[in-house]
Design a protein around this ligand. Structure first.
Ligand SMILES: [Zn+2]
Length: 362
């Protein structure tokens, strides 16, 4: 063999070994938080039944049902901030003892994220609290990141996870409901959890009449709005009237307009609302079906306002991540002005609820 060929082979082999080593190293990187150290949180919630697009749960006691929501946790492999984010997730869950935890999307971001996805799920398993999630625009967008479908598959393989890939043949991954029953079997609340996608494709821009070039945020599509209506009808047929709350990651199309025209309730708008680039009719369907009390979303890390619009609360979930742009990196704000935390909902037997914004800083 010629010396030149040998050198080429050696170089190729070195590159392959180097790249494989790097990938093994990156894939083995977790959130660097000792998840085995967490203690189980007491609760008395049980799964009653499930279908492909919904899970029914029940709390044995008649106490209010507590839902703790995090969003944009962005566990992205940066050691220090991942530890900080997870520590506060654990602290808030341990202190609030919620009956259900919901992650509002951009939960685990950046590439090589399989291990971090499993760790977040294992963390919730160790805490022993039922949890659910919606996908954000960043799920699946890094190098060697798991696909959005795989992401749902990983989460839903854990016992305490109520996330399901959901109805087949409609857009998105993870369109499903969580139906919460009172101890007497009546339906207390339905959470509609839906995938608001990532960025619009040229095809969907054409379909929804969006003329803007470049990156436009995606949103809930027509097929999902149809699913919402059908699912709503099926639940009404089974249980009669009920109340509901919808969770998506990207603020709905109306969010910016609602901010200026709606009845402002709380929080601040510190940056423009990066809402979906089109309206496929979800908001109208909510008004028409009549059960909707609120739409919760995340996505904009320094906004945390809520407005009442057409009798429906449109509200940010309190952002929860430290490893992404935030009050500190965007405005150089002192810690006393940071807004990372969680949103707590306290749901009564009749489905009405009160909410509280929890701040991590003291
Ligand atoms: Zn986002």
């Amino acid at each position: 063999m010629k010396k030149f060929v040998k050198i080429i082979i050696a170089l190729v082999l070195t590159t392959i070994i180097g790249v494989s080593g790097f990938m093994i190293y990156k894939n083995s990187q977790g959130v660097s938080y000792d998840i085995s150290s967490v203690k189980k949180v007491q609760n008395d919630v049980e799964i009653i039944s499930e279908t492909e697009d919904g899970v029914t749960i029940k709390k044995k006691s008649d106490d209010d049902f507590k839902v703790l929501m995090f969003t944009d946790t962005h566990l992205n492999g940066k050691k220090e901030t991942d530890i900080q984010t997870v520590s506060y997730i654990v602290k808030n869950i341990t202190e609030q003892k919620p009956d259900l935890v919901i992650f509002g999307g951009d939960n685990v971001s950046s590439g090589f994220n399989k291990k971090r996805n499993n760790e977040l799920a294992q963390l919730m398993e160790n805490l022993g609290v039922y949890w659910a999630a919606v996908l954000g625009n960043h799920e699946g967008d890094g190098v060697f990141a798991v696909s959005r479908e795989e992401n749902v598959g990983i989460f839903s393989s854990y016992d305490y996870c109520l996330m399901r890939n959901g109805a087949k043949d409609i857009d998105g991954n993870g369109n499903y409901t969580i139906n919460i029953l009172n101890s007497d079997g009546t339906l207390k609340e339905v959470f509609f959890l839906m995938d608001s996608g990532s960025y619009m494709t040229d095809e969907s821009k054409k379909e929804y009449g969006v003329t803007e070039d470049g990156e436009v945020y995606d949103g809930v599509k027509t097929s999902q709005v149809e699913w919402y209506g059908n699912k709503h009808d099926a639940l009404t047929a089974e249980y009669g009237k009920f109340k509901s709350i919808t969770v998506v990651h990207i603020p709905p199309y109306q969010a910016e307009r609602e901010y200026s025209e709606g009845d402002f309730l709380y929080g601040d708008k510190r940056e423009g609302v990066c809402e979906s680039g089109f309206d496929a009719g979800l908001f109208d369907a909510m008004i028409q079906k009549g059960s909707a009390q609120a739409v919760y979303f995340g996505h904009d890390h320094v906004n945390n306002f809520g407005v009442m619009y057409e009798n429906i609360l449109l509200s940010y979930i309190q952002p929860s991540g430290y490893g992404v742009y935030n009050m500190q990196s965007k405005f150089d704000s002192p810690e006393s002005e940071w807004i990372q935390g969680a949103t707590l909902l306290d749901i009564k037997a009749d489905g009405t609820f009160t909410s509280e914004r929890i701040y991590n800083h003291s």
